[in-house]
Design a protein around this ligand. Structure first.
Ligand SMILES: [Zn+2]
Length: 53
């Protein structure tokens, strides 16, 4: 079996636009853009982080 179609992505805070997190996703299983609520140390609160491109 071939290597899984993993893609490195960056998660950006939607409020301050800083790139806070790096992660990976499986391109085939996860085609929609990620949106994850995570703590942003710049906003000092939990905010929505979106995949950048
Ligand atoms: Zn932020």
């Amino acid at each position: 079996m071939a290597v899984a179609a993993r893609e490195k992505i960056t998660l950006e805070c939607t409020e301050c636009k800083r790139r806070n997190y790096m992660t990976e996703k499986n391109k085939k299983k996860n085609t929609e853009r990620l949106e994850i609520v995570k703590y942003c140390k710049y906003c000092k609160k939990r905010t929505t982080h979106k995949e950048t491109k």
